[in-house]
Design a binder for this molecule. Sequence first.
Ligand code: SF4
Ligand code: MSK
Length: 658
Amino acid sequence: MTEEKKKEKAGKPLDIKNATICEATAQMLRKAERDGVETAFHRAANMKACPIGADSACCKHCSMGPCRLNSKDPYGKVGVCGATIDTIQARNFARMVASGAAAHTDHGMSMLDLFREVVNGKIEDYKIKDPTKLQEVAKEIGIVTEGREIKDIALELYSELERTYTQVEGEIPFAKRVPAKTLETWRKQGVVPRGAMREIMELMHRTHMGVDQHYENITKQCSRTALADGWGGSMVATEISDILFGTPTPVKVEVDMGCLKEDHVNVIIHGHEPNLFESMIDSVNDPSLIQAAKDAGANGINLVGMCCSGAEMMSRHGVPHAGNFMSTEAVLITGAVDAMGVDVQCIKQGLAKVAECYNTRLFTTNPRCHIEGVEHIEFEEHSPRACTDAIVENAIVRFKNRKLPVEIPQFKTMGIHGFSHEYINYMLGGTFRSSYTPLNDNIINGRIRGVAGVVGCTNPRVKQDYVHVEMVKELIRNDVLVVQTGCSQVALAKAGLYTPEAAHLAGPGLAEVCETVGMPPVLGLGSCVDNSRILIACSEMVRTGGLGESLADLPVAGAAPEWMSEKAISIGHYFVASGVYTVFGVTFPIIEETKFHKHLFEGLEELGFGKWGFAKDPIEMAQLMIAHIDKKRKELGIDKARERVLMDMSDRRELDAA
Ligand code: SF4
Ligand code: MSK
């Protein structure tokens, strides 16, 4: 091959400086280039996103098309069937919601299946770890718990929660947790969800060729389906995982690739299902496997998480975390990963090629997720150790035969993770008067301006972690308390914001609260499924009083600054349908001048919901959220209190110098 051909094949060089602010990932990208290995960063640099697809201006729902409309002149033509740009965009958007909601609810239903088998004694490797939480959740949905055996309550809880998925009419069980005024809006608008299976099925039906062709009516079913995710599938997944594996409480954890150990057998679990990870914790602690690792010359077995199952396990058990979604290929370039086990969601097919280049043993484990060319060891809940032990055994063999040089980026940051909505309650109110009253009081008196949920993925179309980090810094600088999940939480953890000392980056009001309570200005709640914890925390704020009667009244806002997945769209829409202003970055898959866009960005708010927002710049995103928070403070009549705690210029200079 000529030099020219080689260059052409290699494509555009990657500008690593502008690809990521994660130093470990950047180091590995430089190594990848030396080693001739390609990652999603390289592919993104060489594959321009399709502009028509990015605007959702195309439809391939039938073979009269595919039809492409013109984003520059969206009303200039219609599809062969006559579908307008609004119908086409709304259908495409709806199918993203359906797919994202399906991913979360299928995951939640698997957790519920596991719970049933544990309660019935058919699975013995897992137990109910948090019976108190079981009783509390049961009580909240109207199950009598007084004087009853745990097993008895658990069986009734199972059959009630099963309705979250299968119920053909009526409201899902967790609708009981929704503040009354918000529920009233949902009822009025006809969006209280039935079972997720029904809602997703109906949404797919309605978006079939020749069915629902009014963007407002499609949006209605979008909202109902997204709510079946947030208040249904996802919420059940979180609650059942807490009941089975323990509710998180604050724990110190190290994050970043420096968690890998050259002299240990390194095993990574990546995906979303806690049961695989829980079993892996048992496997790596098994004395016979530890001995086998030592016999192979290792000093032990080092278990590390990635992506969302990693975020869940760092929150629940303090397992170190090696990085978020855009670092999953990069971590393999270290050569130090002996085995990676994956289950479902956000598993790049590109991992297979990178793993092959570094002789890392990559295993798929879930029947829903096989990858061509990757060995599959099925994870069987009735004998979970068979799978996780086999992964460890393979990792030990790979360790023994390591030939390639190992290069572990020496970056890691210690932080405090593991905040559940229950712990926030306890942390602020203390053991004897645990409640959200101190949080509400501090919002009312203006020390805390409002609360922002900053969540979601990383995406090679923007500089990895940069938008998350800069946006969160701007929010806390303006006294906005930030709660986080998923890959965003990991981005901020790497940037060092998960320590109480990070309070010096906060405005004076928030810093004072953080110092008094001893908490970081940024609270991590777990994986992307755990966004339901944010919904519950917001509902508690409404119930506690003083901040309005519905979720839409609260001085809160949400954001997914580097989103990439359909799950993120479902999450965004369930926050919007719940009443929260939600700002997305990267790109928004709708043309700005269309009626559907106006409906999502303005119309929904007029109906009593929240609304969508979009910006690319992190400071602009934060300012949009702050402006919304201030608007809500004004509506609540608490804007005056805040004026007394506004920063003066010397405060600002001190913060800028910090
Ligand atoms: Fe084209 Fe209509 Fe068929 Fe879509 S449903 S591909 S717009 S003809
Ligand atoms: S893993 S959905 S990249 S948060 Fe939940 Fe991260 Fe987004 Fe996947």
